[in-house]
Write a protein that binds this ligand. Structure first.
Ligand SMILES: Nc1ncnc2c1ncn2[C@@H]1O[C@H](COP(=O)(O)OP(=O)(O)OP(=O)(O)O)[C@@H](O)[C@H]1O
Ligand SMILES: [Mg+2]
Length: 298
């Protein structure tokens, strides 16, 4: 059964470093793993030391990686909608719709919607190929919010389907009994979201929040935890990254270490049911050579 892990958190806390390290960690356990970057900045190439790209690429015998480009996905997504509509609408209406679709490519939400589709397609298409799929998300936090979408959208599509069914019934009464292409599309979308919900809600899918041991990131983490819990999408693990090592004697850092430990204690008290992982600040930036030090801490 495919295990899926999403890594989220604010900018620069260590999501890319830790998701890449986790991916390596699973390969060490003999698991065939796919590391997916959904961040347009695409730093997994830097951490892996290999140029990845929008096609799945082999990194080691057990590790593959892919970088999803939200813009490219949005273009493909809109093109698909255009193709679908081509077969349904009259040329006059289509001209107008095409104008709207061109605008939709840059509209807020389109990147997220197409990214969500791509995530679900990857999970579904490769569920037999990989043991583990690790998603490194962008710092905006939108990706984690996306995971709560299916619930809302299923209801919305159900409403649209009911309305369309009424129209189809009326048409049938007039003797127009052709299969309704709009109804077919609506049902396909609804079924995609049902599948998405099932995959995301599965016990094999988990969310991992990364934070640094400071007051502000703690507040952000609390907000993310609340949002995800309210949306019935619980978090499995909080990784506190870049903790200062306790053996520093400089008075400036001593005080900082005390403050950090206060934050760590608060996290442990607040979320005592969760796995809390502590990762120390290393004395070097992460690259493919230094990453193994983090892998050992996981
Ligand atoms: N434990 C650590 N010790 C030292 N440096 C670290 C540690 N974890 C991460 N870093 C460094 O911190 C920087 C940010 O890490 P990373 O890129 O993994 O964060 P991110 O959360 O993915 O950032 P972004 O939000 O920009 O995607 C990098 O330079 C990385 O090498
Ligand atoms: Mg990153």
């Amino acid at each position: 059964m495919l295990k899926v892990e999403f890594y989220g958190g604010k900018g620069g806390v260590g999501k890319t470093t830790l998701s890449t390290a986790r991916a390596h960690h699973y390969t060490k356990l003999g698991k065939k793993t796919l590391l997916v970057s959904t961040d347009p900045a695409h730093s997994i190439s830097d951490v892996l030391g290999v140029q990845v790209g929008s096609k799945i690429k082999g990194i080691t015998p057990l590790l593959d990686a892919i970088e999803i480009d939200p813009e490219e996905e949005a273009n493909q997504y809109i093109d698909q909608i255009r193709k679908d509509l081509n077969s349904i609408l009259s040329p006059v209406v289509l001209e107008d719709v095409n104008k709207q679709l061109r605008a939709a490519k840059i509209m807020p939400g389109t990147h997220e919607a197409s990214l969500f589709d791509k995530i679900i397609i990857l999970m579904d298409t490769y569920k037999e190929v990989y043991d583990v799929m690790i998603f490194d998300t962008a710092p905006t936090g939108h990706t984690l919010r996306l995971l709560t979408l299916p619930e809302l959208l299923i209801e919305w599509f159900e409403g649209l389907i009911k309305k369309r069914e009424k129209i189809v019934k009326l048409k049938a009464m007039l003797g127009l009994k052709d299969e309704d292409p709009i109804l077919i599309r609506l049902k396909i979308r609804r079924d995609t979201f049902l599948k998405a919900k099932e995959m995301i809600r599965s016990d094999n899918t988990s969310i991992h929040l990364v934070m640094n041991p400071e007051k502000m990131p703690l507040e952000e983490t609390k907000k993310a935890m609340k949002f995800l819990n309210d949306a019935h999408q619980p978090v499995s693990e909080i990784i506190i990254n870049k903790i200062l090592p306790a053996n520093i004697i400089d008075p400036f850092f001593k005080n900082k270490i005390i403050k950090e430990q206060e934050v760590i204690s608060e996290v442990k008290t607040l979320y005592k049911d969760l796995k809390i992982t502590e990762i120390y600040m290393l004395d070097q930036d992460m690259d493919s050579n230094s990453l193994f030090r983090i892998i050992e801490l996981l």
